[in-house]
Design a protein around this ligand. Structure first.
Ligand code: SF4
Length: 305
């Protein structure tokens, strides 16, 4: 039997992956916009449980081609642990081609370039990273734990090591009046990073998050729905990507689009602009949180990356 001690979340593109729990909770659990793991103290999963899960699946000769290690950010595990997990998967599940997990900029920078190259050799690929924003003051306000330059450095190291990755961005994270600025800062870093996949999600202010308290205290003003959509358009138009899948289909997104960049860029931007016309003006110009509250869509917990 598999061991799952904590909450299990996976990105939408991992629906066919074998999920193996490597950590419980998030090693940071501080980001102001996220309340997902507040009730789950962080701990690495016992290595004997991970090994038992890998051997269990291996004995059953399954057809999985990809493993996604679950937990808030399993890439926080020390290199030796990630190496051992990769080796065990290779021995016990020879059909598995790649191993992914959630990762943070800090997790990546804690590994040397040589260690990242060794993990790439073991099949680590498709890391899912909460980039969120390229604006330093917003990263600091949201207590993300890294600067924009550190994000740049982490993405460059992954590219150097040959580990493809996904970046998550939160539209509206800079607050009202700063959508274009956020879009351009994000695009500058994303263009440099050339991720395999971009996941774009509209900001939501989750009850239980520090951001919720900041809004209540008047320290942060969320953007309007119109600003969220316009920021996504500005971001798309500023992208210079060579081969990236753009996924903007999260249920929080007011207009949902997805496609390949660069070829679908203008089409996606036009779809988003057309989507603005489908909302009544009072909704478009209300802060996003008010809309979710009025429509009964406020949820108890949530993750943005
Ligand atoms: S956003 Fe990611 S890194 Fe930040 S607290 Fe939530 S799960 Fe942890």
């Amino acid at each position: 039997m598999m061991h799952y001690r904590g909450k299990v979340f996976r990105p939408p593109f991992e629906e066919k992956s074998l999920l193996i729990e490597a950590t419980v909770g998030c090693s940071r659990d501080k980001c102001a916009f996220c309340s997902l793991y507040h009730d789950t103290p962080f701990s690495p999963s016992p290595m004997e449980d991970i090994e038992s899960d890998i051997r269990f699946i291996g004995r059953n000769r399954t057809l999985f081609k990809r493993v996604f290690l679950v937990g808030g950010d399993p890439f926080c595990l020390p290199f030796n642990r990630l190496q051992r997990i990769g080796e065990l998967i290779g021995e016990q599940m020879p059909r598995v081609e790649t191993i992914g997990c959630y990762a943070s900029v800090r997790n990546i920078l804690a590994k040397t370039p040589e260690q990242l190259a060794q993990l790439a050799q073991l099949g680590y690929a498709g890391l899912n990273i909460g980039f969120e924003t390229g604006l330093d003051d917003v990263l600091a306000f949201m207590d993300k734990g890294n600067t924009a330059d550190e994000a740049r450095e982490a993405f460059a190291r992954l590219n150097e090591a040959g580990i493809p990755f996904t970046l998550n961005l939160v539209m509206g994270l800079a607050g009202t009046g700063r959508g274009t600025e956020n879009a351009l800062a994000n695009a500058a870093i994303v263009n440099e990073a050339q991720p395999q996949l971009l996941i774009v999600t509209a900001l939501n202010v989750w009850p239980g998050s520090k951001l919720y308290d900041y809004v209540e205290a008047g320290e942060f003003t969320p953007p309007t729905l119109r600003e969220i959509i316009e920021e996504e358009v500005a971001f798309l138009r500023a992208t210079g990507l060579e081969d990236t899948f753009f996924f903007g289909m999260h249920e929080l997104n007011p207009v949902r689009v997805n496609g390949n960049l660069p070829e679908d860029r203008d089409f996606l931007a036009a779809e988003l602009e057309a989507g603005i016309g489908r909302f009544p003006a009072d909704q478009l110009d209300a802060q996003i949180r008010q809309i979710y509250r009025e429509n009964g869509l406020v949820r108890r917990t949530g993750r943005m990356s």
